[in-house]
Design a protein around this ligand. Structure first.
Ligand SMILES: Cc1ncc(COP(=O)(O)O)c(C=O)c1O
Length: 377
């Protein structure tokens, strides 16, 4: 099997699996007052500390565990919408956000909020000046993703954070594709909220978290027993919280070497395409891109055919994001970058690297591309 779709999801790291199995031996409820409960409460606090350290967060800031990155995004954005539900106001986001952000903003519009969807350029980037120009006195929230899931463009979050320092608007970033891959420092980025997800960093599906700065408001989506500082009720999923924490440690330890490997693999992919006479361009690419995602326009080759041929050979790539790939509809991100009429929409695939990625995966992919190109001739 040649897995080249780490932006969709990732294999579980063996050390993460081990940590989860071990954690399953401890069944105490962190809210219980007797010893096995108190022990779990300590484990929970230690896990949060690891995440705070990774993000350079203050001790007074919060880490709220969620069941997914989507839930973390919903929690932050809906919370601000709820806070200003009577007054309404203005919200800013980009036009290439993940559906778990975009759809919440679309819903906010139906509830009477004004939303500005900032466009990105062909490199998949917006600028802090554009955010500054869009701000209004009644802007309540700015939500800009850190790294795009389809093209890998990395937004100037730090610069946007600087713009927002003097404004009352809160700042959220969907860092699901960035957390773990990139070294992130929330005090430098000056974000109020940051979302992340376990299954993108070699932990299981079903666990994520929202970082919240201590001064930022948050209203729970799930009311109940007061867990997670009263911000997300429900008895904590301790084995997955432990697994996520182990995945973060593993990711941080191998980040420099994984980044170097990702860059080498991308260079090798480009070299091999050129050597085999395949005409291509990178979509939404600039020097600042995250190293693990790339989006290729393979000129004249239908992505739908490439996906089928790849599947037959057990090579896993994606056209558009995993969420929209099921239907093979044109990618909303590529549409935002190049317009509805662009032939790139039908001729582009996403390749993404991670744990275990190797040159042979690319060799297999190149063989399929060559085969399709030959048939087209
Ligand atoms: C940028 C981005 N945000 C949010 C999500 C949603 O994360 P989850 O699958 O954990 O809900 C994804 C997943 O593809 C993503 O890539």
């Amino acid at each position: 099997m040649n897995y080249l779709d780490h932006a969709a999801t990732t294999p579980i790291h063996p050390e993460v699996q081990k940590a989860i199995f071990e954690a399953m031996n401890h069944f105490g409820n962190p809210s219980s007052l007797y010893k096995i409960g108190r022990l779990e409460k300590k484990v929970l606090a230690d896990c949060k500390q690891v995440i705070k350290d990774e993000l350079h967060a203050e001790n007074s800031d919060s880490i709220i565990f969620t069941a997914s990155g989507s839930e973390a995004n919903n929690l932050a954005i809906k919370s601000i919408i709820a806070e200003f539900f009577e007054e309404k106001g203005h919200l800013i986001t980009s036009n290439i956000e993940h559906p778990s952000v975009r759809k919440v903003f679309e819903w906010a519009e139906t509830q009477g909020f004004d939303v500005t969807y900032l466009p990105v350029n062909e490199e998949g980037l917006l600028s802090a000046d554009e955010v500054a120009a869009a701000l209004r006195p009644d802007t309540r929230l700015v939500s800009i993703m850190t790294v795009n899931n389809e093209v890998g463009s990395m937004q100037p979050i730090k610069e946007v954070g600087e713009v927002l320092v003097k404004h009352t608007a809160r700042f959220h970033t969907d860092a699901v594709q960035a957390f773990g891959q990139e070294a992130l420092d929330v005090s430098e980025l000056q974000v109020d909220y940051l979302s992340a997800s376990g299954h993108k960093i070699n932990a299981p599906k079903g666990i994520g978290f929202l970082y919240k700065k201590s001064s930022a408001p948050l209203l729970p989506l799930i009311a109940g027993g007061g867990q997670e500082e009263g911000l997300r009720a429900g008895t904590e999923n301790m084995p997955y919280i432990v697994g996520l924490t182990e995945a973060i440690k593993q990711m941080a330890a191998r980040r420099p070497e994984q980044t170097t490997l990702n860059k080498e693999l991308l260079a090798y992919l480009q070299e091999q395409l050129t050597a085999n006479g395949i005409s291509f361009e990178m979509n939404g690419y600039s020097e600042s891109n995250s190293s693990h995602v790339c989006n290729l326009w393979l000129k004249g080759l239908k992505a739908s055919q490439l996906i089928i041929l790849s599947d037959l050979k057990d090579v896993m790539i994606s056209a558009g994001s995993a969420c929209s790939a099921g239907s093979l509809k044109p990618s909303p991100v590529l549409t935002a970058l190049f317009g509805e009429e662009s032939e790139r929409l039908q001729e582009s695939v996403r390749i993404s690297f991670g744990l275990g990625s190797k040159r042979e995966d690319i060799d297999e992919f190149i063989a399929i591309v060559k085969n399709l190109a030959k048939r087209q001739k």
